[in-house]
Design a protein around this ligand. Sequence first.
Ligand SMILES: Cc1cc2nc3c(=O)[nH]c(=O)nc-3n(C[C@H](O)[C@H](O)[C@H](O)COP(=O)(O)OP(=O)(O)OC[C@H]3O[C@@H](n4cnc5c(N)ncnc54)[C@H](O)[C@@H]3O)c2cc1C
Length: 334
Amino acid sequence: MMNSRQKSIWVFGDYRNYFQNRVTLQLISRAVDLSRIISAEVCAVILGHEIDEYIMEYTAHGADRIIAVDDPVLKNYNTELYVTLMEALVKERDPDIVLIGATDFGREFAPRMAKRLKTGLSADCVGLDVEADGLLIQTAPSFGGNMLAEIVTSRHRPQMATIRPGTFKEIPHNYERRSLVEKLPLMKNLPRPRIRLVEYERSVEKEHTIENAAVIVCGGRGMGNKKKFKKLNDLAKLLNGDVGATRPVVYAGWADHDALVGQAGKHIKPKILFSFGISGAIQHTAGLGEADFIIAVNKNPQATMMKMADVAIVGDTSDVLHTLIKELRKRIRD
Ligand SMILES: Cc1cc2nc3c(=O)[nH]c(=O)nc-3n(C[C@H](O)[C@H](O)[C@H](O)COP(=O)(O)OP(=O)(O)OC[C@H]3O[C@@H](n4cnc5c(N)ncnc54)[C@H](O)[C@@H]3O)c2cc1C
């Protein structure tokens, strides 16, 4: 009975480095939005060993169903085993959409899976939407990053995409939520992996990154020079925030590459974003999709960034910055 078939959107559970890497939760959140449009269920797929914690987390963050394969053989990620298992599960269950985080892991894993399933894959997406008939609109940088293209997989299924971490906002957890959990046994006749894990060493990562900062003070070429740009640190410090930068600023050496915001850099989702001397080129604004409240400063009121802003201050960046810092310091002292 084809008509009564339950549509489903799968999110691959990339749970390694869970507390820093929230991409799976961000994808579950977007999948929940999309599922409402096409009446689908959101299913998180988890492969690994001793994974009950993640079953609970993905449920609390919005998954309707969890498919879990828990076995010591899957304790460490292995491309061949993981791809073989996912291929078998997809062929058996026939999901409409499969979403995978564009982490190092997802970038290795997803193309292999798409090849096996003879379907398309839009890599490194920065936006996702869906039409009522279930066609997934996958927005991804193309032509060397000069354009954002909307890509559809019209004929093949499932529709597959990898999505940049930070593109969407996770739904706050709710431990009252329940999901349907299916724990499946490991498939028989798995191939003997040709890759053997010799040693596993976790790289030391910063817990605090610009991607999860609540306040970001971003500066562009309109800051004038490196010395003036560095003044943004004073404002960020007062507000307990981070400093972000546009590409020309990073190229000029006023800020580190880590601070780059946009298509070629970080996707941010602060509650408050200050934007000083930034024109608002699409490659920059592609990284601002989830900023809640934007305060822009620019001498040109027609700049795109000023039009995007909730508060647009027309003036010289250094003058406005100086006044803001002075006022804030005064209020903190009083
Ligand atoms: C493939 C590719 C990828 C890219 N990826 C990124 C990316 O990830 N991130 C990114 O940011 N860019 C990226 N870019 C570059 C992007 O296209 C823009 O060139 C860049 O974002 C512009 O930076 P800006 O706003 O600092 O500079 P400008 O566009 O030069 O804007 C400066 C602004 O400051 C204002 N201004 C000047 N002086 C003052 C003053 N004294 N007081 C107040 N306002 C002043 C001006 O009115 C202007 O609006 C990419 C480009 C390409 C081709």
